[in-house]
Design a protein around this ligand. Structure first.
Ligand SMILES: *Cc1c(COP(=O)(O)O)cnc(C)c1O
Length: 462
């Protein structure tokens, strides 16, 4: 299995190389050169299997010879052992033919654990074999950083440093990053905002001397291995509801387009998916683009669904690549125009995108109203991201086709918005109740590249 860049000029890589590299050298994103197919009998055979065995069968053809079968099975087992639900990604019914796919039973209560936990185990196995060690740095506005720290804590081939904006994330999010006691994970509270954190991470990657000296690596949402891990729950949930004999639709709360792109991959592999619905909050560049208004950046407006507050949706580049018939040059031109503010999508590519994706948006008021209405009609408390998708799913449902809305975070991760909407304070799951008692460990750091690099050099390999 070979991986190619969406901009067409970077070298082809294996799965393992693409995972360890992240971003392609031509600035593009890696995608499989061909998408493996699962025929109907193979999909039907997933029925009744554990989540782990489903993951093995769905991911195996993409991984090539990076891992032996036994090794890969063991990696998957370790990745999901810390989840708080035996089904890993359980389905809950909300209304006739409308289901919630609960993706928040991982250690940090958001769906990012599905990808991050397995990428942690795959990094460790690949690095051990190569006798290498890497230093992962990342910036977070909340969910990604804690998922990375949980995934890599205690692994001896990896150090992790996460920059977060001091005083600007929720207490639950901060505590999830500052309470793991393992010596190889480090939470850095930067005096600045999220954009400053991202800019300093970029600066570190551009400082080649530093980059080589510490063995810098990234695990942000463009990493192909993360997208792949998310393909699995599209299969497991659809099969639970009767696939391949019955098609299902999905509504996906979308920011960087990684999660919904995984749904696209599932469909391209052969899963019968009727509709794939992109749901955005008021930061609706994707909804506008899919409506034929081009892809033009606006100002990011802070919302109650902060993990979707983006204007440039990095994984959308992968969808564009396929919509343009795998024409890397066309994608490269669009991305060049994006630096000047945006680009128009050609008529043919737009049509191709619209054949694959439906879209809708939810305002802040609609999101709050949906949290309240969902509690009233089904007894389920949902997080604001999930509510955005539920609102859009409500507009797109067809009676004959089951709709599965992805619940991307536990409501207790966003207690203020949930309480405001519903009057109910969402409690943390009992297995996490000690989060508020555990000691915190963090380093305040200036918004200064030299200071950050010095800190990292002084703390790797401890
Ligand atoms: C990251 C995140 C999203 C958006 O997912 P993308 O893959 O970036 O589209 C939605 N909801 C929650 C809770 C998230 O953490």
């Amino acid at each position: 299995m070979k991986y190619i860049s969406t901009r067409g000029t970077a070298p082809e890589l294996t799965f393992e190389e693409a995972m360890l590299t992240g971003l392609a050298r031509d600035g593009g994103l890696y995608v499989p050169a061909t998408i493996p197919q699962m025929r109907a009998p193979e999909i039907a055979a997933l029925s009744g299997l554990s989540y782990e065995e489903t993951a093995f069968r769905v991911m195996r053809p993409f991984v090539g010879d990076a891992f032996g079968d036994d090794e890969f099975r063991a990696i998957i087992e370790r990745a999901y052992a810390g989840f708080g639900h035996a089904a890993r990604a359980p389905l809950v019914q909300l209304a006739p033919n409308h289901f919630l796919l609960e993706l928040f039973h991982g250690p940090t209560l958001a769906f990012k654990d599905f990808a991050m936990q397995i990428i942690g185990q795959m990094f460790q196995a690949a690095l051990k074999r190569r006798g290498r060690r890497v230093c992962i740095v990342g910036a977070t506005s909340g969910d990604t950083g804690s998922a990375a720290i949980e995934a890599f804590r205690g692994l001896d081939a990896v150090d992790v440093f996460i920059l977060f904006p001091h005083g600007r994330i929720s207490e639950v999010q901060r505590r999830q990053m500052t309470t793991p006691a393992d010596g190889n994970v480090h939470a850095l509270a930067l005096d600045g905002d999220f954009d400053d954190c991202q800019a300093r991470v970029k600066d570190m990657f551009n400082d080649f001397a530093f980059r080589d000296a510490v063995g810098l690596a990234g695990v942000n949402s463009i990493n192909w291995a993360r997208v792949l891990a998310q393909v699995v729950y599209y299969f497991s949930s659809a099969v639970s509801l009767g696939a391949p004999h019955r098609a299902v639709s999905f509504a996906v709360p979308t920011g960087n387009f990684g999660d919904v792109f995984a749904g696209y991959v599932a469909r391209r592999m052969g899963l019968p998916v009727e509709r794939l619905v992109v749901a955005t909050n008021q930061n609706d560049i994707l909804h506008r683009c899919l409506n034929g208004q081009g892809y033009f950046k606006g100002d990011t407006v802070a919302s109650i669904s902060p993990s979707m507050d983006i204007q440039v949706s990095s994984n959308f580049e992968r969808a564009l690549f396929f919509a343009y018939g795998q024409d890397g040059a066309a994608v490269a031109r669009s991305m060049e125009d994006l630096k000047q503010g945006g680009f128009d999508v050609s008529q043919g590519a737009l049509q191709a995108l619209q054949e694959q994706f439906a879209s809708g948006r939810a305002s802040e008021d609609e999101t709050l109203a949906t949290i309240a209405a969902t509690l009233e009609t089904s007894g389920q408390l949902v997080c604001p991201h999930t509510a955005v998708a539920l609102k859009v799913a409500g507009e797109m449902r067809e009676r004959e086709v089951p709709m599965i809305t992805l619940a991307t975070a536990h409501p207790a991760k966003f207690p203020d918005a949930v309480r405001k909407a519903s009057g109910v304070h969402p409690p943390l799951p009992p297995r996490m109740a000690s989060l508020y008692e555990m000691p915190e460990r963090l380093t305040r750091i200036a918004n200064d590249l030299g200071a950050i690099e010095d800190h990292i050099r002084g703390h790797i390999g401890n």
